[in-house]
Write a protein that binds this ligand. Structure first.
Ligand code: HMG
Ligand code: MG
Length: 317
């Protein structure tokens, strides 16, 4: 344990997409832009800024193109957006994003709920998107949802995940983000999945995307590191969830992930203090507290006092 850890881990910030998509109260485009621009000042180099899905399905991100075309970010930030089909791809192209994030599910039931398509139909749509993206020299990441457990079908067989992953790689996907959509993974299941997948797929083509429903996200990161994974997704303040997966809570919080990695001597290039400022900004924009543990502890120590009602209230900034 804790041997053979990497020197550097790539942190992919998914808060502006995975985090915000689950918020019922519509957030103004200018606030989304403010948050993304602040995140870009923290040292994060990979930010998923929005999605180009049907606005009927995810009204919160209907302003994706406006956000993507208005933000001003340093040249070295890699931006991406979630894309389900060619309509979404063309928007990502219009926004000049260097990377697209396609997505599909490891189970038929989640696939139907999330994109109204079977796995086979999703694969054929994605094949067209990948082909077009590659022609335009765009990097393609693909989320594979419910790789450990599905809210509709229960535990998912590793073989099923392996077959789809191998197919995605053969279609030209650069990176697969193995997604624990409902936060059901444990270190043992993480090790088992990665060890089996890396028999045929290079571990550098795999990333881990944890939701923290049962509080196991950080220990799962440790298991992922042990298994050789060096790319992890996280969301500022732990915002997030999948509206089409009952029980999906927030993502692993970016501050918690960075704190753990730094404590292990693993570089991320991210400034933890600046992340806290972003977490605070996200809370201000959403008008509520976020679940990130490091964020809560940092804000409680420096800025907050308990109110008479027992709720924590901010007294500075
Ligand atoms: P559909 O309703 O089955 O049918 O949607 P459609 O393809 O015929 O499209 C219906 C309407 O949407 C049409 O418009 C299309 O033009 C339009 P109408 O003729 O009715 O006016 N449309 C679009 N509009 C804008 N952008 C587009 C687009 N595509 C079609 N790209 C579809 C199928 C896939 C579009 C829909 O089901 C959809 O958008 N689903 C996305 C759901 C979603 O975003 N879920 C959350 C993200 S996944 C996630 O969170 C998991 C992840 O974090 C990893 C994890 O944790 O597991 C990634
Ligand atoms: Mg997710």
């Amino acid at each position: 344990m804790l041997e053979n850890l990497p020197e550097y881990v790539k942190v992919v910030e998914v808060g502006p997409r995975d985090g915000l998509q689950n918020e019922e109260q519509l957030v103004a485009a200018c606030d989304k832009i403010r948050l993304i621009e602040a995140l870009a000042q923290t040292g994060l180099k990979h930010i998923e800024i929005t999605s180009f899905v049907s606005p009927k399905w995810i009204p919160q991100l209907a302003d994706g193109l406006e956000v993507a075309q208005t933000i001003k970010l340093p040249q070295d930030i890699v931006t991406s957006a979630l894309v389900p089909n060619l309509i979404g791809y063309e928007k990502a192209k219009l926004a000049k994003l260097p990377e697209i994030a396609i997505f599909m599910s490891a189970t038929e039931a989640h696939s139907q709920k999330n994109i109204n398509k079977s796995i086979a139909s999703a694969l054929s749509t994605l094949a067209e998107v990948i082909e077009r993206a590659k022609k335009n020299s765009k990097r393609v990441r693909c989320y594979l949802s419910v790789v450990f457990e599905c809210p509709y079908e229960g535990p998912v067989a590793v073989k099923k995940v392996a077959d789809i992953s191998e197919k995605l790689i053969s279609l030209g996907v650069d990176e697969i983000a193995l997604s624990d959509t409902i936060g059901a993974a444990t270190p043992k299941t993480v090790l088992n999945l990665i060890n089996q997948l890396t028999e045929k797929i290079n571990h550098r083509q795999l990333a881990l995307h944890f939701h923290d429903t049962r509080g196991t996200a950080l220990v799962n990161v440790l298991a992922g590191l042990e298994a050789g994974i060096t790319t992890f997704d996280a969301s500022i303040g732990g915002m997030g969830g999948c509206p089409y997966a009952p029980g999906a809570a927030g993502n692993l919080a970016t501050e918690d992930l960075v704190y753990l990695l730094h404590s292990l001597g693993i570089a991320t290039g991210v400034d933890l203090e600046k992340l806290i400022t972003c977490g605070h900004l996200a809370e201000t924009i959403l008008g509520k507290q976020l679940p990130g543990r490091y964020l809560r502890s940092a804000l409680t120590k420096t800025n907050e006092q308990p109110s008479k009602s027992g709720n924590v209230r901010l007294i500075t900034q």
